[in-house]
Design a protein around this ligand. Structure first.
Ligand code: UT7
Length: 336
């Protein structure tokens, strides 16, 4: 994972908009978030997270044969952020982006999982990376207190181990698209002085509507994955939900009868980092020793689209990370 150095606290936000630490903490669970420096981008942060993931998998970047990036804040409309990261890491394999709002990482991970299982690819780098601070209306207190910047990455490899195959449920309801969207900058409403003057290049969100949607799909998709695998809450060692609002997570835990201690939470320190939230949480959970080999992991995300995705898998230490020395010759990073 990688997060920018600059911390923006709730107290800082009190000086920018009409809000309070008390409101933000009670309604969301967020205390602070990270904000990218001027020269940081989705690709530069994703490159650092990707380099760390490759090193931690114990492989060389040259062994990665595919890069999939989940992001709602790509550096450019094109080329894909995955191509920028592929070049920065010196990877020779294919590269493409997946865009499913905050669910992009889970969509990317499920795609990688199937491609690895098919035998077509051996080492797939999957990155979730976002600079949401660039598409924020910093005068809109209903959105600017929620989001933060960061990146997380994993390397997906085929495994013979485990008692069940990774299982994903992907969902979308396009009719809810207007509940969370970025009005201008695409081909429908290209950038113009008018769109800039009207502030149409920043996030629009119907918060309560998205809240109701999220509490429903987190529970339903998690139940569906567990039912496909005949697992109960007691079989899940670690639950990693998208970190958008602690109240959404609390409500889901209650309705799923999941013990809170098996759920990983870091929203207080990073806010909602969209596609980066699950891989950042995964990385911190692993560092905290909460992912032993063979642990059953369930992750669930939701976001713009509207989209959602849940996936269960068994955490494996790859043969590479056990038997091979760590790569030491990472290329110097050159943000695109
Ligand atoms: O990952 C992408 C998915 N996005 C989400 O998951 C977001 C889902 N939605 C939410 O998390 C919540 O709806 C919010 C945190 C965005 C808002 O919380 P809420 O409890 O739904 O509040 P609300 O929008 O119903 O607003 C309640 C009040 C309003 O004032 P009045 O009309 O009751 O006087 C808002 O103007 O809170 C006010 N408010 C604020 N007050 C202080 C809204 N934002 C703020 C703020 N500080 N930052």
């Amino acid at each position: 994972m990688y997060v920018p150095e600059r911390v923006l606290t709730n107290q800082d936000l009190e000086k920018m908009v009409d809000t309070s630490d008390e409101w933000i903490t009670q309604r969301t669970g967020i205390k602070e978030r990270r904000i990218a420096a001027k020269d940081e981008t989705s690709s530069s942060m994703g490159t650092i997270a990707g380099t760390r993931a490759v090193e931690s998998a114990g492989i060389d970047a040259g062994e990665v044969d595919l890069v999939i990036v989940g992001t709602a804040t790509p550096d450019y409309m094109f080329p894909a952020t995955a191509c920028l990261i592929q070049d920065n890491l010196g990877i020779r394999g294919g590269a493409f982006d997946v865009e499913a709002g905050c669910t992009s990482f889970m969509y990317a991970l499920s795609t990688a999982s199937c491609l690895a299982a098919s035998g077509a690819y051996r080492n797939i780098l999957v990155v979730g990376t976002e600079v949401l601070s660039r598409i924020m209306d910093w005068t809109d207190r209903s959105t600017c207190v929620l989001f933060g910047d960061g990146a997380g990455a994993v390397v997906v490899t085929p495994s013979e181990e485990g008692t069940f195959d990774p299982t994903f449920v992907l969902g979308a309801d396009g009719s809810g698209g207007s509940a969370l969207f970025l009005p201008a900058g695409g081909s429908f409403q290209p950038a113009s002085s008018e769109t800039v003057n009207q502030g149409l290049h920043t996030i629009r969100m119907a918060g309560p509507e998205v809240f109701r949607f999220a509490t429903r799909v987190v529970v339903d998709s998690t139940r569906e994955v567990m039912s496909r695998l005949a697992l109960g809450p007691e079989d899940i060692d670690l639950f990693i939900p998208h970190q958008a609002n602690e109240r959404i997570i609390d409500s889901a835990l209650k309705r799923l009868s999941f013990p809170a201690e098996r759920c990983f939470l870091n929203i207080d320190r990073y806010g909602n980092t969209s596609s980066a939230s699950i891989p950042i949480a995964l990385c911190e959970a692993e560092k905290a020793g909460r992912l032993r080999a063979g642990a059953t992991l369930l992750m669930v995300g939701f976001g713009a689209g509207l989209t959602w995705a849940a996936g269960a898998m068994q955490w494996q230490l790859t043969p590479a990370s056990v038997s091979r020395p760590r790569a030491t010759d990472s290329r110097e990073l050159t943000p695109a």
